[in-house]
Design a protein around this ligand. Structure first.
Ligand code: F6P
Length: 344
């Protein structure tokens, strides 16, 4: 069978998306097929907005951040008519398969289209949050924690000069992967993650003790999804098409609480979308390329309803339904290791 494969990138962008696109295109072209880009996530399929993709054209996009296809958080299942339009456009565009590169939202649509409508879909796991089940790591995560590390290394020098405490808020939604692993990498004095109840008394006692011991500045890394004991989750009131509230703002609240309790000048920095920008790390380029090649292989062997996944150092295929069944929260063994540096 000669394939014509539609490729889309959905959800929050992340470094490495272009490396996947490049690898899928190459794998399919090597087998005599062709690829078509669907623009801005599922919206591209709903509206049949496409762009040509060739191996020649995509050969040097590996170093580019973001996605050449554009992205959106469009959910066709919000309106049944849009699901029908997706099906019609698969037929009209002559697509023999779809490769959806996304996180749990984008891939949940791919999974439903496969299960309910028999659309031949394959998934590739992306997200800086690293919160997808059925894969050890997603691409984008490594670049994100390196960005946090570089930023905090800079914050350290100014915190030290002014004897301040610096609170750094990271992304990650309801999973503490980014906060915890970047916190370990920057030797944070305290790390707050959604998976562990926030103990303000303990945090302030640790920060006070450090100061008394002679470390005159402090670094706290807090995940945007951490819950404050009284305030709960700090979030905006609007929701996206997949029902997610916009998180953010907890860093400032935590900084205020520390300053009030300890009487030490405290500042907060929210890294926000910086964590998703710029060129991918070498690790993410390689992982994304391996995922893309696997996705191409799955298409060529007709193994649909599956997702490329990393298990240890092996790239495998897992059912899409397994990948989107639940969010993968932080493995608390990492937090236990981090806690060696802020014991009770
Ligand atoms: O899922 C990736 C992510 O960057 C989250 O960490 C964050 O909460 C969210 O997306 C931000 O979304 P948006 O780009 O829509 O503001």
């Amino acid at each position: 069978m000669t394939h014509k494969v539609g490729i889309l990138t959905g959800g929050g962008d992340c470094p490495g998306l272009n490396a996947v696109i490049r690898a899928v295109v190459r794998k399919i072209e090597n087998a005599g097929g062709s690829c078509l880009g669907l623009l801005e996530g599922w919206r591209g399929l709903v509206n049949a907005r496409t762009c040509p993709l060739s191996a020649l054209q995509t050969d040097d996009i590996i170093a580019r951040g973001g996605t050449i296809l554009g992205s959106s958080r469009t959910n066709p299942y919000k309106q049944p008519a849009n699901v029908a339009r997706c099906l019609e456009n698969v037929r009209k565009l002559g697509l023999t398969a779809l490769v959806a590169i996304g996180g749990d939202d984008t891939l949940s649509v791919a999974s439903r289209l496969y299960n309910d409508e028999k659309v031949p879909t394959v998934g590739v796991p992306k997200t800086i949050d690293n919160d997808l089940s059925a894969t050890d790591f997603t691409f984008g995560f490594d670049t994100a924690i390196n960005i946090v590390m570089e930023a905090v290394d800079r914050l350290r020098t100014t915190a030290e000069s002014h004897r301040r405490i610096m609170v750094v808020e990271t992304m990650g939604r309801h999973a503490g992967w980014i906060a915890c692993l970047s916190g370990i990498a920057v030797a944070a004095d305290y790390i707050l993650v959604p998976e562990v109840p926030v103990d303000l008394d303990h945090m302030c006692a640790v920060l006070k003790r450090r100061r008394e011991e002679g470390k005159l500045y402090g670094l706290v890394v807090v995940s945007e999804g951490a819950h404050l004991p009284e305030g709960g989750l700090v979030a905006a009131e609007d929701f996206d098409e997949f029902g997610h509230a916009k998180l953010g703002g907890i860093g400032e609240v935590v900084a205020g609480l520390i300053e009030k309790r300890l009487g030490v000048e405290t500042r907060s920095v929210t890294l926000g979308h910086l964590q998703r920008g710029g060129a991918p790390s070498a690790y993410d380029r390689v992982l994304a390329t391996r995922f893309g090649i696997k996705a191409g292989e799955l298409v060529l062997s007709g193994e649909f309803g599956r997702m490329a996944s990393l298990r240890g150092t092996e790239i495998m295929a897992v059912p899409l339904s397994e990948a989107v069944s639940a969010n993968r929260r932080l493995d608390l063994r990492y937090y236990e290791e981090a806690k060696e540096f802020f014991p009770g």
